[in-house]
Design a protein around this ligand. Structure first.
Ligand code: GLU
Ligand code: MG
Length: 436
């Protein structure tokens, strides 16, 4: 049997699509590309192309493989290896296509590096739920929940290791049949690629067992949310973590504080890219440990940009693992677009000059509107429609995209809202659970 290698892109809908070639046709060192279609970027998650869209039936592109980003693993029970190579969307002459999300991230990271001389490292932490397993309910966070899934956990961790994704922790989460898996930090582009590989492999591993894994932000209105938490920190040329400064509030360095200020300031618009489905806003509500305000918090799981804890057990250096966590994201978002947007917002913050967002601890819901304003706590948009409006109004955020890219993204997302319908109910969550 001929193994297939799939050249993939993860698009504005956060869906990984591509075309496959016989694996032996791929020769490292020799450019490999396959055809692609501009209007694909206007595809809604419901498999209908937004109408109208700027592209129509005309035009041609290429998916150009990045030979440093191949993710291959033979999953237990699979007939052939899962083999994908992250690709950039390019014009026919190889120049990057204006709308390519992976190129958007690469450029944001390069600009950050030019501006600061630092490298951004990141890790995407994913929550997902299994269904169709026939299991009885096991207690939250329990050993039993993990053992009843056996050998799913060990198989997943082995698969991630084989893929080069550096898995760290497998967790039975709070929700019904909800799990989480974390990976070691890696350079920003690699981290986003790993997020893509992880999602595909989790879904396939579950499907091979006759189950379904879903990363949808909500699989039921009253269920626990599935978040994607994006951890990041900055390294200097010697590999030192310069996010940490024990002399400053929250131990956040001046540079990281300015970066955080940009993220907090632009967050109401950012969520249009990082929490981009109608049901994403069922999750972004207070008291869900998700995020619901423009809130910079020190070790608080309700905040939307969280200073993560560090341990000094065994003499560990607290600076090493110190990082910030962007929590207002979910798996309906393209990882490259989401991280790229966070990096762009951070760059805006650095350009705006030194300033730390106020650190808040408490419950914004118990404060008066005036107190919240004084503390910089703004409620995040309550619907995707509102988030898209904020995206359009925030000229810095929309300005990161060409007019054509904006038209494509907004047109696709508004079409998605129409196709999803008025009711944000269990039936809609079930539709999203089947897609993501
Ligand atoms: N499930 C929560 C979310 O939707 C996160 C819980 C946690 O802190 O791990 O983001
Ligand atoms: Mg979690």
């Amino acid at each position: 049997m001929t193994d297939l290698l799939t050249l993939v892109t993860t698009d504005y809908a956060g869906i990984t699509r591509g075309r496959s070639i016989p694996a032996q046709e791929f020769n490292p060192g020799k450019a490999k590309s396959v055809g692609w279609v501009p209007a694909n970027m206007s595809l809604t998650p419901f498999d209908q192309i937004a109408d109208p869209n700027p592209w129509g039936s005309s035009g041609d592109l290429r998916l150009l493989a990045d030979e440093d980003a191949r993710y291959r693993v033979l999953l237990p029970g699979a007939a052939t290896a899962t083999d994908m190579i992250m690709s950039n969307i390019a014009e026919l002459d190889g120049t990057p296509w204006d709308l390519c999300p992976r190129t958007f991230l690469a450029k944001a990271l390069a600009d950050f590096e030019t501006l600061t001389g630092l490298r951004l490292v990141a890790s995407f932490e994913h929550e997902f739920q299994l269904s169709g397993t026939g299991w009885s309910q096991a207690p939250a966070f329990s050993l039993r929940a993990m053992r009843q899934a056996d050998p799913f956990g060990p198989e997943l961790i082995s698969a991630l290791a084989d893929l080069g994704c550096a898995p760290e922790v497998f967790i039975a989460e709070y929700g019904r049949d909800q799990f989480e898996v974390t990976m070691a930090p890696s350079p920003g582009l690699v981290a986003a690629d790993r997020a893509v590989a992880l999602r595909e492999v989790v879904r396939e591993l579950a499907a091979l067992k006759g189950w379904r894994a879903s990363f949808a932000p909500k699989t039921a209105v009253d269920g626990v949310g599935n978040g994607v938490h994006i951890h990041f920190s900055f390294q200097d040329a010697n590999g030192h973590n310069v996010t940490y400064d024990p002399a400053r509030p929250g131990c956040v360095s001046a540079l990281a504080g300015a970066f955080a200020a940009g993220v907090i300031r632009h967050m109401p618009a950012l969520v249009a890219l990082t929490a981009p489905s109608p049901i994403s806003y069922l999750r972004l509500r207070p008291h869900n440990w998700s995020s619901s305000y423009t809130w910079f918090g020190d070790r608080d799981r309700e905040s939307s940009l969280r200073i993560c804890p560090v341990t000094t057990i065994g003499g560990a250096d607290p600076a090493r693992a110190f990082n910030l966590e962007y929590r207002a994201a979910d798996a309906c978002a393209c990882p490259h677009l989401a991280l790229g947007a966070v990096v762009r917002a951070g760059i805006e913050g650095i350009h705006a000059g030194p300033s730390d967002p106020p650190l808040f601890s408490g419950d914004p819901e118990t404060l008066s509107a005036q107190d919240r304003r004084n503390l910089g706590l703004e409620r995040l948009p309550a619907t995707l429609g509102d988030a898209l409006d904020r995206f359009q109004q925030d000229k810095k955020v929309s300005g990161w995209f060409s007019p054509l890219a904006q038209e494509t993204y907004l047109g696709m997302k508004r079409a998605e809202i129409t196709l999803a319908g008025e009711a944000l109910d269990d039936a809609l969550c079930a539709r999203y659970a089947g897609i993501y």
